[in-house]
Design a protein around this ligand. Structure first.
Ligand code: SF4
Length: 225
């Protein structure tokens, strides 16, 4: 934690230690000053994640990129870490780019989602628009695979058949075509471009010429907070 402050910001060792204690306090680590002398194995997974977040914000970035920040954490700690990131984002007036495979994680803390498949954005829209009206078959299949309390319980959740493509040898045309339940012959002809799904000024774009339609009158939804 102290190294970037000493090497890039000219802090003395004593000043860096004070700043690190402040940062650990900011991310909610109890007994922050004593923790400066702890080894990583003396901290729990959630505490280590807080230290990493403190490191990430130590030089006051304008954009924080959090790549799978809650993987391997239990749901309680996951929720605490997400609340912490969200609080810091607001307090420090940072933009946040959250990279995750878990749509539930992004639901509560993002204004906008970009769904990626095979290295390309296949759908992007304000968060509520994505959850209310997913247009791309891949996004829809992802939504189907999330357990929901408001649906009848099933033994197996729907899964997307097949496997992601080899990035070095993608299939012709749409990369999702071998796994897509809506695929047709034309899907092999060319890589689809991102097209507007709705006329919303907030931009709901889908990389598929055959997306699920949005109900009439629903494209005003999903304005960023
Ligand atoms: S372009 Fe075709 S294969 Fe690709 S997502 Fe759309 S319907 Fe499916």
């Amino acid at each position: 934690m102290a190294e970037p402050l000493i090497h890039y910001d000219g802090f003395s060792r004593r000043a860096a230690a004070s700043r690190c204690a402040e940062l650990l306090d900011l991310v909610g680590l109890p007994a922050a000053r004593e923790r400066l002398r702890s080894y990583p194995h003396e901290l729990s997974g959630g505490m280590r994640q807080r230290v990493l977040i403190a490191m990430a914000i130590s030089r006051e970035p304008q954009v924080l990129i959090a790549d799978e920040p809650t993987t391997a954490l239990d749901v309680t700690i996951q929720s605490q870490v997400l609340q912490l990131i969200d609080r810091l984002r607001k307090d420090l007036r940072m933009a946040l780019i959250l990279i995750t495979h878990d749509l539930g994680v992004v639901a509560g803390v993002t204004d906008r989602i970009a769904v990626m498949y095979a290295g390309r954005i296949v759908e992007t829209a304000p968060t509520t628009a994505i959850f209310d009206h997913p247009g791309h078959p891949y996004t829809r299949a992802l939504m189907e695979s999330i357990p929901r309390m408001d649906r009848e319980r099933v033994e197996h959740l729907p899964a997307i058949p097949g496997f992601p493509p080899d990035p070095a040898a993608p299939p012709p045309g749409c990369a999702f075509q071998p796994r897509c339940s809506a695929a047709r012959a034309a899907c092999e002809d060319a890589v689809p471009v991102l097209l507007p799904l709705t006329s919303s000024a907030h931009g709901h774009l889908v990389r598929c010429p055959y997306p699920a339609p949005v109900p009439v009158g629903a494209d005003h939804r999903g304005e960023p907070s």
